[in-house]
Ligand binder design. Structure first.
Ligand code: SF4
Ligand code: SF4
Length: 497
């Protein structure tokens, strides 16, 4: 067992209100610079929709992530040979138009235009060329436009839905949408790290944050292709690639990342999990139907004495182990099993997990236009969800609709327990049956309810004190491990900076 610590996250999608405060907080702190105007390290998409950059989930276009090759995995489009072939022309890179052409308005014209018969206007001007442009797309261009043919119907996740299901989603009374906030997943098997010819990208030993060394980056942009989430960006002004740094300067001083701190819906949770790094290659190459379970099984019980001993032997500090024991992420992902990774089939083993949104999926109205809340109809209605389970399964469980249905049953169970506690109109048998079906007893239901609805700042963000001395010696010469899984674990870690 090779135990390491990893910063992990949960986004609770039922609580996201699509306000974009997270995106704006991140932009103001990190990407309000020349060459970074088009970058949104944090973005919030409307689903169904095509997202940012457009159709980022379609790996037929972008060739990001890993593909299974027997017992191992190889990069889809940016491995040693494939990368070499495309070194001077990479057809899989998103263009500026796939993101959007950044612009500003020439407000000065409003004040300096000569007197005339017409009203002066502030024209849109490209922030790249300085020339006037006609705006064709922008950040969140399809915001709240679910149901429109141009965006929602082009969502890649419809591939598993038959035509009838798809059409049903576009009927006015059935139409539904959800928000999907996204940041870098600081993956356990990061394709960006493995693809970099310069060895400029590395994963911090003490907390697994993935960073790009700006001095070593040589602008090959292989990381942009390799990241299936398109969370590595090229700065055309500096000639270097950049990505989310999980606000590590804030984390090192005990503060939550800017996007999380500012989140209006309080949907974001952050904490440490311990995992077994020896499993990376094997888990990344899991059969399709085992991928999610094997991934989640990599996160170790932080209260297990064997795990604690192995973590200490690897130089993980006691305060980090204590933080892992209080991690809200461990509860959501492992203990309660109600959060799943986004697009696990990309095989990067992401560390950001999502609680699937229940409201747009389950919300149903009766003939009189009221929400149906009758408890004896709740479970049957899981099969008649407004947002098809197949759609959500395409996002979060590699197509396994049972996984999504199980989570909904658990979440409904929490609601029914709470209804029983506050309204008290259910029979003891109903509550009993429910607990047996979902394995959620009253204590667990209350714990889920509390962390979901009432958690304090300190409960949502459990950040260990910074320990640079834990920066385990495994990050030197990452180029040697290019194309290998998990940034190439060649040497067992030892203490030292
Ligand atoms: S591959 Fe993972 S770690 Fe690398 S940029 Fe993409 S999401 Fe982040
Ligand atoms: S700040 Fe929070 S609630 Fe608002 S869009 Fe971002 S993730 Fe959603």
């Amino acid at each position: 067992m090779n135990v390491r610590a990893q910063m992990t996250m949960v986004f609770h999608l039922d609580k996201c209100i699509g306000c974009h405060t997270c995106s704006v907080a991140c932009k103001n702190v990190w990407t309000d610079r020349r060459g970074a105007e088009y970058m949104w390290w944090n973005n919030v998409e409307t689903k169904p929709g095509t997202g940012y950059p457009t159709k980022w989930e379609d790996q037929e276009i972008y060739k990001g992530g890993w593909e299974k090759n027997g017992d191992t995995v190889s990069l889809k489009g940016a491995g040693k040979l494939k990368g070499l072939k495309n070194i001077f022309h990479n057809p899989h890179l998103p263009t500026l138009e796939d993101y959007y052409h950044p612009w500003a308005y020439k407000y000065s014209d409003l004040f300096t235009a000569p007197e005339g018969d017409d009203q002066p206007i502030g024209r849109a001007v490209s922030l790249v060329t300085g020339e006037p442009i006609d705006i064709k797309s922008g950040p969140n261009w399809d915001d709240d436009l679910s149901g429109t043919p141009d965006y929602a119907r082009k969502d890649v996740n419809f591939k598993d839905l038959d035509e009838v299901d798809q059409e049903a989603m576009f009927q006015l009374e059935q139409m539904t949408m959800m928000y999907l906030p996204r940041i870098c997943n600081h993956c356990l098997n990061p394709a960006c790290v493995a693809s970099c010819p310069s060895g400029a990208i590395y994963k911090r030993g003490e907390d697994g944050i993935v960073l790009i060394n700006q001095e070593r980056c040589r602008a090959w942009r292989m990381c942009v292709t390799a990241c299936p989430y398109k969370k590595s960006y090229y700065n055309w002004h500096t000639g270097k690639s950049e990505k989310c740094i999980l606000c590590y300067p804030r984390l090192e001083t005990g503060q939550a990342p800017a996007c999380m701190h500012s989140c209006v819906g309080r949907i974001r949770y952050l904490g440490v999990m311990l995992y077994d790094a020896d499993q990376i290659e094997k888990v990344a190459a899991s059969p399709d139907d085992k991928l999610v379970d094997n991934h989640i099984a990599m996160y170790l019980d932080p209260n297990d004495p064997e795990v604690i001993a192995a973590a200490r032997a690897n130089g993980v500090h006691d305060s980090t182990i204590e933080a892992a024991q209080k991690s809200p992420i461990y509860k959501f992902v492992v203990e309660w099993g109600i959060a799943l990774p986004l697009h696990p089939e990309f095989r990067t083993l992401p560390n950001l997990f999502y609680v699937p949104p229940m409201l747009p999926a389950m919300a149903q109205v009766d003939e009189s236009g009221l929400y149906r809340t009758k408890t004896n109809e709740l479970f049957p209605s899981i099969d008649q969800t407004r947002m098809p389970l197949k759609y959500l399964a395409s996002l979060f469980s590699n197509g396994d609709t049972n996984k999504i249905a199980e989570i909904y049953q658990k979440m409904l169970s929490v609601k029914i327990h709470r209804r029983n506690a506050t309204v008290g109109d259910l029979s003891p048998e109903q509550v009993q049956n429910l607990s047996q079906n979902t394995m959620i007893d009253a204590d667990m239901a209350n714990a889920i309810y509390r962390l979901t609805s009432l958690a304090t700042f300190e409960e949502r963000f459990v950040i260990p004190p910074g320990h640079r001395e834990e920066s385990i010696e495994m990050l030197e010469a990452t180029a040697d491990a290019k194309g290998e899984t998990g940034f190439g674990f060649k040497i067992r870690p030892a203490r030292g900076v």
